[in-house]
Design a protein. Sequence first.
Length: 448
Amino acid sequence: MSSRSGWFVCSGGDNVLERTVAVAIFFISYLWLATEKTPRYVVALCGAGALVLAKVFTLDEALRQVNWDTIALIFGMFTIVAALSESGFFNWLALTVAKKLNYNPVKVFLVFPLLAAALSMFLDDITVMLFLTTLTLQLVKYIPINPIVLVTAEVCAANTGGGATLVGAPPNVVMGTQMGYGFNDFVIHTGPVVWICTGVLLAVYYWTHRRHLLAIRVTNRRELEAIDIAKTVTDRSLMIGGVLATGAAVLLLVTHRWIEQAWHLPISIGMAALIPALCLMAYEDQHGRDVMRKIDLESVVFFIGLFVIIGALEKTGVFRVLATAILSKIHHPLVVVLVFLWFAAVASAIVDNVPMALSMVFLIKGMVGLPGAPPQGILVWASVLGLLMGGNMTPIGASPNVVAYGVLEKMGLRVGWKRWMQLTVPATISALIVASFLIVLKFQLGWY
């Protein structure tokens, strides 16, 4: 038996101590994240550093826990979205849609959340909600829709709609890259379920608030018509470049496996997003620094630290132990699938759904191959749906919630947890019930 000096003495025969250290650092990091007192990237780096100091990992081992393909994908998409943001694309698109709807309150209430869902399929949902929330608050000055109701509907739709593609939300990126599922897999397996659930969310929202919406009268159309939408575009060249880069990224994400096989080019998922992003930066180099300042680098660093923290649980066998315990208590594979969906939903309402996604990845990996375990695919799709929709229910369940909540509070609109949950929980529970039926159907059909 070998030993290592330092805070702890750990070896192959002393795995229990290593496991205890890894679990302790994991829970301390989670609790620290939940306080929201410290930037989350600082928490993640501190947790990763503690694991190295505790000699659970060497520094080289810690860096090997990071899935750099995931990091490349996130950085590439963040760069493209930052360019679109800098160009004024989001304001232009939202105002154009509102004008096409003739500023009709009911149509705006239904279409703006659908717009949030559609944009979140391809763009960073944090940026989508930042700009859409700000624009919604400007729009309700002319169309007197309750802004808190509309913004929470947009958040729910953005979180749910983002489940339709690999790049639609950070949990998808984590689950897809870690488990080997590509862009097309998400479109086929979660896309139809996500859009049905988005429809359920909006139906519940509309039914609950229909009297308020039908009573609204727009009396200041002259002011609305006077808005010069063209002026919202601050840089037309950068906007066109950003749209083209987005299209190129999606095209490469759809075809990268074929390109690898046919042309033997190493176009991984991460490179599919990174190549268009770098081309955009090179083409629009005069805006490079402005775009770089808008990239959410804090989230990129957070992911790096998070991979190390969750990797420690995987290395010490925590997820294998949990998987074995679950299957010893629940003997029907379909019940296990539904437990994964609802556990992911409830857990992501309490803590950020990104670390929950990485935890679920290793839990699924630990379960695969055990007697009585459901197939990997159905567990992945159930977990994705639970993580994204469950995050709707509280202001901290997902990053877009935090952004929208912050903008509302900054504009003097007091929301509070109680009001947020009164608005989001009924619609989200309804959507989760429908998702449960659809997951059961997929399981029975073997479509996973």
